[in-house]
Design a binder for this molecule. Structure first.
Ligand code: ZN
Length: 300
C-alpha cells in the first residue's frame, strides 16, 4: 500500500522505513550498535553530517552527491553523541539520530550541511528520515527539563515522550501547524512578497494556526490580515512536513470573493494578482508553495 501524499512530496517516508517510537533511547541505541550497518543521522541544529558519495557507489541519480554515514556504532565514526534517539528501521537497517557538540571535530571526509540544501543531493528516503531526525533531536534537546516545575525529565520507555518525575507532566514532540493557501480570481493568482524573501521572489500566503481556530478559519483570517481580501470556496489541497524547524504545512486553494489588495505593512512588502502565464520568480520545488502554484498553472 502506498502512502497518500502530494506528488513528489520530498518528505514522504518510504514504504521500506518502519518508524519506531516505543523503546527508550539508550537501549535502542545499544540495540542498534549490535547491528553492523546502522545509519547515523548526526545533527547539529538543522545541519546533518554527510559524506560525499563515492563514484563507485553509482548513485541512482547524478545529483545525489551526499550520503548519510553508516557504522557499527557512534565511536566508529569518531563521534561522542550528546544525546540519541532511535528512529526505526530502513529496509531492516537501524536508523539512529544523535546530536554532537558544536565543538566536536568532524570525522575524516565528512561535513555538516544544512538539511534544506541537501534536498535533491541526498537519497530521497534518507532525506525524509533526516527531516525527522533533526526535529526529534531538537525536541530531545529542548525538553530536558519539565516545562511546569523545571525538574529534569525522564524519557518514557513506551512512547516518544518525556515525563517529569516530580509532577508527572508529559512532553511530546510538538509541531507548529501552518496553513498555506493559493487564492485565485479567474486566471489570476494572488502572490505576495515578505521582506525576508530573496530579491524578486513572490509566493502564496501562509500563516500559523492560532489556538482555538479551525484550519479554514486560519486561512480566511490570514488572507484578511495580510492582504485585506475576503475569500470563498476554501478547499483542501494537501499537506507537507516542514522541518525548518518544526512545522506541518496544510495547503488550501480558495477563490477570491471581495475586497482590494491592501498589504499588511509589517508582514507583506508587496502583493498583487498575477496571470498564471506571467509569473514572477517563485519558491523552489521542495516547498508545497511551489506545488500549489504548479497545480494552478496546470489545472487552475
Ligand atoms: Zn514537573
Amino acid at each position: 500500500m502506498s502512502p497518500l501524499n502530494l506528488p513528489q512530496n520530498p518528505f514522504a517516508i518510504s514504504a521500506t522505513f518502519l518508524p519506531a517510537t516505543s523503546l527508550p533511547a539508550t537501549s535502542q541505541t545499544q540495540t542498534a550498535e549490535l547491528n553492523p550497518v546502522t545509519w547515523w543521522f548526526v545533527c547539529q541544529g538543522s545541519n546533518l553530517l554527510v559524506l560525499p558519495t563515492e563514484k563507485k557507489q553509482a548513485a541512482a541519480k547524478a545529483t545525489e552527491s551526499w550520503v548519510v554515514p553508516q557504522a557499527v556504532n557512534a565511536e566508529a565514526l569518531g563521534l561522542k553523541p550528546l544525546r540519541s534517539q532511535f528512529l526505526g528501521h530502513l529496509s531492516g537497517q537501524p536508523c539512529v539520530a544523535v546530536e554532537v557538540a558544536a565543538e566536536s571535530g568532524l570525522p575524516a571526509g565528512m561535513d555538516f550541511q544544512y538539511l534544506r540544501s541537501l534536498h535533491g543531493q541526498l537519497r530521497e528516503d534518507l532525506f525524509a528520515i533526516a527531516a525527522r531526525a533533526v526535529q526529534i533531536i531538537e525536541w530531545d534537546r529542548t525538553h530536558q527539563f519539565c516545562g511546569h516545575c523545571a525538574t529534569p525529565t525522564m524519557q518514557l520507555p513506551t512512547e516518544r515522550a518525556k515525563r517529569c518525575p516530580n509532577c508527572n507532566f508529559r512532553q511530546y514532540p510538538q509541531l507548529s501547524p501552518a496553513v498555506i493557501m493559493l487564492i485565485y480570481k479567474g486566471d489570476e493568482l494572488l502572490l505576495a512578497r515578505a521582506p525576508r524573501f530573496r530579491a524578486g521572489m513572490y509566493s502564496v500566503l501562509a500563516g500559523f494556526v492560532e489556538p482555538g481556530e479551525s484550519l479554514e478559519e486560519t486561512v480566511a483570517r490570514e488572507v484578511r490580515e495580510e492582504v485585506g481580501v475576503e475569500i470563498k470556496n476554501i478547499r483542501y489541497f494537501g499537506s507537507q512536513p516542514w522541518p525548518f524547524p518544526k512545522s506541518l504545512m496544510i495547503g488550501f486553494i480558495a477563490e477570491y470573493a471581495s475586497g482590494v489588495i491592501t498589504p499588511d505593512p509589517v508582514e507583506i512588502e508587496e502583493a498583487s494578482w498575477f496571470q498564471k502565464d506571467s509569473l514572477p520568480p517563485v519558491p523552489g520545488e521542495l516547498s508545497i508553495a511551489r506545488k500549489l502554484i504548479d497545480w494552478f498553472v496546470t489545472h487552475g
